[in-house]
Design a protein around this ligand. Structure first.
Ligand SMILES: [Zn+2]
Length: 333
């Protein structure tokens, strides 16, 4: 069945725009990996993104725990600089995207659309001023926490029914809504997730989280959470970390990712699923999805599974771009 789609559409999957909502590559850039050269090191570089058909990539700026809390802002600025210098060296192959018109320009020219997110709100500390400065720089998505508690909310490593969104956290979400910054709920504990959903006036994303009913890990979302995220117009990115795909030490395969997609489609339809590989931040990955050049294998698996080509396109990137346009442009959803 999939092969018929390929024949009909000519050029599939090379014309499929993949959007990956989460990778941890920037600290490798800072440590000296040349992102512009194809490498056997790590999982992501520009040649492998191009081989994988990735049109837009969200680069997470992740502040390692040893910099928190006092040096978190310094560290995030240092990471920003490493990414920015790489974009500059790319001589037009990468395009920093701060708006939907930037996005359209990058996609139109076949440049890699670079979207920057911050993973964990520690660089903001207790002051919205730093959120506004990060926005002015070009940060367009923010994961409110990593696994631990911060001034905004409790993370997935805390008690699920512990602290939720703090008073300051509510002001952060409101300011993010006002500035059209994407609110990312991956890594929140359950109570914070529900608080954010109550408080945000824009659709939210879970950039790199899977279905908890298939793999019971606090980083994944329960069915009720998935339904609520979908009802609010959001999207969740499938994470390729084996620990979030399969239980115990079992080996993960492409079919493990497809199983999560199948489950979420049955629950809320195909419009709320995207990809958030977590490449360069994970230690175990599915066979067949070893690095960023492997996305066509997932395309093939979805087509073989019988997904319609329009649903495959939506899952590979269309859904995430839809939400991003809604949030960035402040349009109705
Ligand atoms: Zn993460």
């Amino acid at each position: 069945m999939g092969l018929i789609h390929v024949a009909e559409e000519g050029g599939w999957p090379s014309n499929t725009a993949v959007v990956d909502a989460h990778i941890d590559t920037v600290h490798h850039m800072l440590q000296g990996r040349d992102f512009l050269q194809r490498s056997t090191e790590g999982q992501v570089d520009l040649p492998r993104l191009q081989a994988g058909g990735v049109a837009a990539q969200v680069f997470a700026l992740f502040v390692e725990p040893e910099y928190k809390p006092d040096r978190a802002l310094h560290r995030v600025l240092r990471l920003w600089d490493a990414l920015d210098r790489t974009i500059e060296r790319s001589a037009g192959a990468m395009h920093l995207v701060r708006s939907t018109s930037d996005l359209d320009e990058a996609l139109g020219k076949g440049q890699l659309a670079v979207i920057v997110s911050v993973e964990g709100g520690e660089p903001i500390g207790n002051d919205l001023a730093y959120l506004r400065v990060l926005h002015a720089l070009g940060v367009r998505a923010l994961g409110l926490t990593w696994n631990e508690r911060n001034a905004i909310a409790d993370g997935a490593g805390e008690d699920p029914n512990g602290g939720g969104l703090t008073r300051f956290g509510r002001s952060v979400v409101s300011e993010m809504n006002r500035l059209h910054i994407l609110v990312d709920v991956s890594h929140l504990n359950e109570r914070s997730f529900w608080d954010v959903l109550d408080h945000s006036t824009s659709p939210i994303v879970a950039s790199h989280s899977n279905a908890r009913s298939l793999c019971d890990h606090p980083r994944n979302l329960r069915d009720t959470q998935i339904q609520a995220l979908a009802a609010a117009g959001g999207v969740m990115g499938m994470n390729f970390f084996a620990d979030f795909l399969v239980s115990g030490e079992a080996e993960a395969t492409i079919d493990s990712v497809v199983a999560h997609i199948d489950h979420i489609v049955a629950l809320v339809g195909a419009e709320h699923i995207g990809l958030g590989s977590d490449f360069d931040g994970i230690s175990r990955w599915p066979r067949g999805l070893e690095d960023a050049s492997c996305f066509p294998n997932l395309t093939d698996a979805l087509l073989r599974r019988g997904y319609r080509s329009e649903d495959v396109r939506a899952i590979l990137g269309g859904n995430f771009l839809r939400v991003l346009r809604q949030v960035w442009d402040g349009t109705d959803f």
